[in-house]
Design a protein around this ligand. Structure first.
Ligand SMILES: *Cc1c(COP(=O)(O)O)cnc(C)c1O
Length: 330
């Protein structure tokens, strides 16, 4: 099975730019640093979920769904992108949101992504205390069915084998782009939260036979279940794409940059967000790309990469979440 044989609904501005981080590289020393601007995918402020949603919405339309249901935390970038994708595809959208981060300032509980979810026309359901997203999603699916709609369920982060196709395809894009710029990418660094992006890149590495190592940075502060999720999606994706066994060394998830917890600020993240803004004019986000960039900066400082190597950081988006954390930046 080839990637271009799956149903796909066009949403993203592609290819996203691959740019040198000239001033950051000069400030840090070490390897050549590039950034793949998946914050510029274009859909309602963009981000990594757009690539996944091209395949997920494509599948929903192929199944004649009329309503999309997805779930996440209240500042989820994934549900915001899902609401935008559903709007563009003419599908209704229900979002199940969980208060999964112990922050109750009004900018957090009403602004940022949540403001956009409402603006994009989604119907929002909040989990009751003690209720899981999955349980509530099943209930919402039943309600929607009773109302005569045909629901299509998208899991947290759009992270399943269907969504991961978007990131397998992005490796084809990245390899072609790097080739045309005369670059060989040795390492790819990416934030990993629900695992679909990292899994897709690992699958794309097998499809393109790229030599780049894929380095996921854990943003969950709980790497074991995340690694298991990445492995499961890779296994399913490898089966549908007819790929052989994926080597064990292709699964790299680095812990240590998420403390004190998912969505909770730390000093490394704040430094990374401020550095990228002030040296490159690039806005990272405080939950994912900021922590992953903090990981990259720390690995460069520790000499993990050779000075002749090239590292590409995937900017996975999340910019609206900055506004939900307005009070932590100088
Ligand atoms: C969802 C998200 C990620 C993590 O992607 P997963 O596929 O869930 O691992 C990274 N960055 C941003 C900005 C995101 O919204």
């Amino acid at each position: 099975m080839q990637l271009d044989q799956f149903p796909r609904f066009p949403l993203a501005h592609l290819p996203t730019p691959l740019e040198p981080l000239t001033r950051l590289q000069a400030a840090l020393g070490g390897p050549r640093l590039y950034i793949k601007r998946d914050d510029c995918t274009g859909l309602a402020t963009g981000g990594n979920k757009t690539r996944k949603l091209e395949f997920l919405i494509g599948d929903a339309l192929a199944q004649k769904a009329t309503t999309v249901i997805s779930e996440g935390g209240i500042q989820s970038n994934h549900v915001r992108q899902t609401a935008a994708a559903a709007a563009k595809a003419g599908l209704k959208c229900h979002l199940v949101l969980e208060r999964n981060v112990p922050i109750d300032r009004p900018v957090y509980t009403a602004g940022g992504n949540l403001l956009l979810d409402r603006l994009l026309g989604a119907t929002i359901h909040y989990c009751d205390p003690g209720e899981t997203r999955a349980t509530r999603s099943v209930k919402v699916m039943e309600e929607v069915r009773r109302a005569g709609e045909a629901p299509y369920y998208i899991p947290t982060g759009g992270s399943n084998a269907i969504g991961a196709r978007g990131y397998a395809a992005s490796m084809v894009e990245l390899e072609q782009q790097a080739g045309s710029q005369g670059l060989r990418i040795d390492h790819i660094v990416v934030a990993s939260g629900s695992g679909g992006t990292q899994a897709g890149l690992i699958l794309g590495k097998a499809v393109t036979q790229s030599k780049a190592t894929i380095i996921g940075i854990d943003v969950d502060h709980d790497p074991e279940p995340l690694m298991a999720a990445v492995r499961k999606i890779v296994q399913e994706g490898a089966a549908e794409l007819g790929l052989g066994k994926i080597a064990d060394e292709d699964f790299q998830l680095i812990p240590g940059y998420a403390a004190p917890g998912y969505g909770m600020p730390n000093a490394g993240m704040i430094e990374a967000v401020e550095l990228l803004a002030r040296l490159e004019g690039i806005l990272l986000d405080p939950v994912y790309a900021g922590k992953a960039m903090a990981g990259l900066i720390d690995m460069v400082r520790r000499g993990r990469f050779g000075s002749e190597e090239t590292v590409a950081f995937i900017h996975t988006g999340g910019t609206p979440a900055l506004f939900a954390y307005a009070d932590i930046f100088a």
